[in-house]
Design a protein around this ligand. Structure first.
Ligand SMILES: O=C(O)[C@H](O)COP(=O)(O)O
Length: 316
């Protein structure tokens, strides 16, 4: 049986599938040529990440497609319900990348707290005077230890991020409309475990209490953070969005930065991907990454092998 991993798959995933007798192609087929390619090459399994979309037209036009697999968490690029109604299996890997996303968020937060995103690229091209100027300009960093992290969306990734925060000595407050309490177990290198119970609170309280805010909610119709939510935040808050572009109003974010409400922010996802708005790209208060939350070797290995084992258990 043939598998097309249109947005790529780890070597470990390919090895597991080939061992079970599957033929795996990692050719990237352009979206508009995908239907023809799938039909002409007898593809039974289509694997995607977030770049390729799998909508009703493709599902209808490719009756031989048995499995649609999302290597990752968010399935907003797939018409999941429709595909299932048509008898296709739709799978994803919800737990594989949580820790990688959490670490990226913390990379951004630590960087923003100490202006690393700007200091790196401004180091003294113009000699000593620039060095001294930068030292002064970036003298007012902040520590994360002892501060409060607000987590909006307390599923797997929100909880993984909270665990990193607890390990860093932060207080965690969280909001999730579907969860009242969560037990977080921190694993230490020597095998010790420490567990924390966190009761979720209202979104408003999270926004009011947090010094740092991170978003871990799925794609949805309405903004989760818009002007009203920015107004509730502490002055000088630092914010990160590694969830989905459309959950945060980018125009309202730029305004909140200009007013001083938001000191600095990190964006890994954008309302317009893969071409974010120029006013974001040029903004010195923003630390930016190109949707790389899950882009670690470890997460990609877990994603590949989890997809392979699900495919093998469905199709044999
Ligand atoms: O939903 C996800 O898993 C993340 O947004 C990662 O997206 P990617 O697979 O395109 O890296």
């Amino acid at each position: 049986m043939k598998v097309l991993a249109n947005d790529g798959i780890s070597q470990s995933g390919i090895d597991a599938l080939e061992k079970a007798g599957y033929n795996v192609s990692t050719t990237t087929v352009a979206q508009e040529q995908l239907i023809n390619y799938i039909n002409e090459n007898d593809i039974s399994v289509l694997l995607v990440r977030s770049a390729t979309t799998v909508r009703k037209d493709l599902i209808d036009a490719c009756p031989g497609l048995k499995i649609i697999g999302r290597g990752g968490v968010g399935m907003d690029n797939i018409d999941v319900e429709y595909a299932r109604e048509q008898g296709r299996s739709v799978i994803n890997t919800p737990a594989a990348s949580s820790h990688s996303v959490a670490e990226l968020v913390f990379g951004h937060l630590y960087g923003l707290a100490r202006f690393l995103h700007n200091a790196n690229r401004e180091m003294p091209l113009e000699g000593d005077s620039n060095f001294k100027g930068l030292k002064k300009a970036y003298a007012k960093g902040t520590e994360l230890k002892g501060k409060t992290l607000g987590v909006l969306g307390f599923g797997r990734i929100g909880q993984a991020t909270a665990k990193v925060a607890l390990g860093a000595g932060m207080k965690v407050v969280a909001f999730d409309p579907f969860l009242e309490t969560a037990n977080l177990e921190l694993d230490f290198f020597d095998g010790q475990k420490v567990s924390f119970d966190i009761k979720t609170i209202s979104k408003e309280d999270v926004l009011k209490q947090a010094d740092f805010i991170t978003l871990h909610v799925p794609a949805q119709k309405e903004y989760v953070i818009d002007e009203a939510e920015f107004n509730m935040m502490k002055d000088g808050v630092i914010l990160a969005n590694a969830a989905r572009g459309g959950v945060l109003n980018e125009v309202a974010l730029v305004k909140a930065i200009e007013s001083g409400k938001v000191a600095r922010a990190a964006l890994d996802v954008f309302e317009k991907e893969p071409k974010p708005e120029m006013q974001l790209l040029m903004n010195p208060a923003l630390s930016l990454t190109p949707h790389t939350g899950a882009a670690t070797n470890e997460a990609q290995d877990r994603i590949g092998t989890e997809l392979a084992s699900q495919i093998i258990s469905i199709l044999g």
